[in-house]
Design a protein around this ligand. Structure first.
Ligand SMILES: NC(=O)c1ccc[n+]([C@@H]2O[C@H](COP(=O)([O-])OP(=O)(O)OC[C@H]3O[C@@H](n4cnc5c(N)ncnc54)[C@H](OP(=O)(O)O)[C@@H]3O)[C@@H](O)[C@H]2O)c1
Length: 251
């Protein structure tokens, strides 16, 4: 099996490539690239074309979150996040899918989130970006499933990665129940084999996605405020004022 890894940190990818090659004989090609730039999709596909291989499985996994109040969030950071989570994911999908359809086989896993099922206060644009990924992927699943191709929206809940540290909530992970990346991968591959359109990777999170649909939209979004509220979560970068204003809103 050949694998192309794409992210910004070449050292991390080199370590991973070495370990995959030693343990499994997987040949890895590394592309150090910032996928939040507007021509990233084109550059990456060009690079893969040079290898002369067909893409059998595209995994759009690279993504970041931003947790914080609107007034303390830099618009440029939001722009970069949306470029990565939405634009490049869409661009790569549109560049790779036609070849798969022509060959009559292939698969795409787009990494969404359990946050895709509802608006989430203090991470509104991230949650909305993941709703986009979920809806976009499901639509493509319906469009292409009879043509030998499958598109899966993978919706993990809290997972033990660097996500929350990068998103501006270091320490948050330790205080919440979480799952391992290995479990998420197992669930994803099993769902892909069953050609499912989406998968939520734990029962607890799956039930939550159903409850959110049963609740009013107002209740769902108000409940979401509890997750990243300052005061209850001192390990976020939210200013203390957001807890106070929350209490004022309640009264
Ligand atoms: N962890 C969770 O609780 C959770 C829950 C639901 C969904 N997700 C989703 O899962 C996916 C993977 O995130 P993770 O949890 O594994 O977080 P992570 O540990 O922070 O990993 C993020 C990955 O994306 C790459 N990346 C980030 N910015 C990039 C950029 N501009 N260009 C290229 N690559 C970039 C990173 O590599 P470099 O930094 O080297 O570029 C890294 O490999 C994301 O789409 C995230 O939204 C995570």
């Amino acid at each position: 099996m050949h694998l192309v890894l794409a992210a910004r940190r070449a050292d991390r990818m080199n370590e991973l490539a070495e370990s995959l090659e030693t343990k499994h004989g997987t040949k890895c090609h590394i592309v150090a690239i910032d996928l939040s730039t507007s021509d990233a999709g084109l550059k990456l596909v060009d690079e893969i074309d040079k290898l002369g291989v067909d893409i059998e499985l595209l995994i759009n996994n690279a993504g970041v979150g931003l947790i914080g109040e609107v007034s303390t969030t830099e618009p440029v950071d939001i722009q970069r996040m949306l470029n990565l989570n939405v634009n490049t994911l869409t661009d790569l999908t549109y560049r790779v899918l036609p070849g798969m359809l022509e060959r009559g086989h292939g698969a795409i896993i787009n990494v969404s989130s359990v946050a895709a099922f509802q608006p989430v206060a203090f991470m509104g644009s991230y949650a909305a970006s993941k709703s986009y990924v979920l809806h976009f992927s499901e639509a493509l699943w319906a469009e292409t499933r009879s043509r030998g191709v499958t598109v899966l929206a993978l919706c993990p809940g809290v997972t033990e990665t660097e996500f929350f540290e990068v998103a501006g909530a270091p320490g948050w992970l330790k205080k919440h129940s979480s799952q391992t990346p290995a479990k998420v991968v197992r669930k994803a591959l099993s769902a892909l084999e069953k050609r499912r359109q989406f998968v939520v990777t734990s029962w607890k999170d799956y039930i939550m996605t159903i409850l959110v649909r049963l609740a009013t939209r107002r209740t769902a979004v108000n409940e979401s405020k509890r997750y990243f509220r300052a005061g209850t979560n001192e390990n976020t970068n939210l200013p203390a004022s957001s807890a106070a204003s929350d209490d004022q809103n309640k009264s």
